[in-house]
Design a protein around this ligand. Structure first.
Ligand code: ADP
Length: 366
């Protein structure tokens, strides 16, 4: 059973072809710089290039596109409507279009990818796997902000949370590694990549997560500020004469590890800079690291309290998987808080495989 997983970003399209019954990946790749002069023109052309690469007579993984049994798309925002992965119909497309209002950078490219597949890979069932679905189990007390209730009713302003597929994968894999049913475990998952978020997974269900209405809330990230007093926004806008777009750019693209260190958004560069002979460079890089770690530790404490217990803390994604020093440091700092029972684990991220499996389960039924 062959499942093609597609992840369309604003200027990129990632793909991976799985044989889900044999648990193997047959081919994967990435198309970048979509829309830039001299490169792939648009997402339609990107999907067409992907199909050409997969079916290339010499190097392709398959002989014909008809061999593909299903397509799984990563979609960032499914609002409150999609609590699980879903077979894509005309109605589902309309809903994803509606939620583009909440994820203007993410949902539109996913839609372009889905529509291109409907045309180029006609007749093959497609499934949407949402970043927000896993967090739909959060109770109201965790997802509502302290704003007038009418804004929740009118605009859907609430905490949605993101990276759901990654948190779900990490929690499941941790339970497997601990050889215990997930229904008996209280797990904190830490997805630390360019974007960073944590989730409190109580007996398999997300009960809280650090990202919010958008992926800006919570931990310090590569270029995003994370938690912030909202008053800072209008203070800065007034003082620096900034437009809403300007302040959004500062909070999303110029803050976080990059903003504090002044060096880079990349953890490898920050680590290098922290050992620099230039005092200002090393001081600021170390400060960025300390803020990064402090917030993770603070949320571990908070989520342990929210779940009234803790069995495991799980690290995943680029920073989580490649920095044992970071995990050892957090383990040491929190030794007295989390007790000796709580395990610290590293789980390699594999959102694509989970998307492929969800797609398989859904098309098998239909
Ligand atoms: P994305 O969220 O874009 O998928 P990744 O999960 O690839 O990002 O994570 C990117 C982050 O992981 C970067 O900060 C990068 O420095 C860090 N990272 C990746 N590999 C290593 C490594 N070998 N050592 C330290 N940090 C790493």
């Amino acid at each position: 059973m062959l499942i093609l997983v597609i992840n369309c970003g604003s200027s990129s399209a990632k793909y991976e072809l799985f044989d889900v019954t044999k648990h193997s990946s047959l081919a994967k790749g990435l198309i970048e710089r979509i829309g830039q002069p001299g490169y792939c023109e648009n997402h339609y052309e990107a999907i067409s290039l992907i199909v050409d690469a997969l079916t290339d007579k010499k190097t392709g993984a398959i002989g014909s596109k008809d061999e593909i049994d299903g397509i799984g798309h990563r979609v960032v925002h499914g609002g409150e409507e999609f609590k699980t992965s879903t077979l894509i119909t005309g109605k589902v497309i309309k809903s994803i279009e509606k939620y583009a209002e909440l994820a203007p950078l993410h949902n539109p490219p996913s839609l372009l990818g889905i529509k291109a597949c409907f045309d180029i890979l006609k007749g093959i069932p497609q499934v949407a796997v949402f970043d927000t679905s896993f967090h739909q189990t959060m109770p109201e007390k965790a997802f509502l902000y302290g704003l007038p209730y009418k804004y929740y009713e009118k605009y859907g302003i609430r905490k949605y949370g993101f990276h759901g597929t990654s948190h779900r994968w990490a929690a499941k894999a941790a339970a497997r590694e601990l050889k215990r049913p997930i229904e008996s475990l209280k797990i904190i998952t830490c997805h630390l990549g360019n974007g960073c978020s944590m989730a409190a997974v109580d007996r398999g269900e997300s009960i809280d997560t650090t990202m919010g209405f958008t992926p800006l809330e919570g931990l310090l990230m590569g270029t995003r500020s994370g938690d912030l007093d909202p008053a800072v926004v209008f203070y800065l806008m007034e003082r620096e004469n900034l437009s809403p777009q300007d302040i959004s750019d500062i909070l999303n693209k110029k803050s976080g590890l990059l903003g504090i260190s002044g060096v880079s958004n990349d953890m490898r560069d920050i680590l290098k800079a922290s050992k620099s002979r230039k005092v200002k460079t090393s001081t600021r890089a170390k400060l960025a690291l300390e803020i990064f770690i402090y917030r993770i530790e603070k949320y571990i404490g908070a989520y342990q309290a929210a779940m009234k217990g803790l069995d495991a803390v799980v690290f995943t994604a680029g920073i989580g998987e490649h920095n044992p020093w970071l995990i050892n440091r957090i383990k040491k700092d929190l030794k007295r808080v989390v007790g000796i029972r709580a395990k610290f684990l590293v789980i390699p991220a594999n959102e694509e495989l989970l998307i492929a499996r969800d797609t398989y389960e859904i098309i098998k039924k239909g």
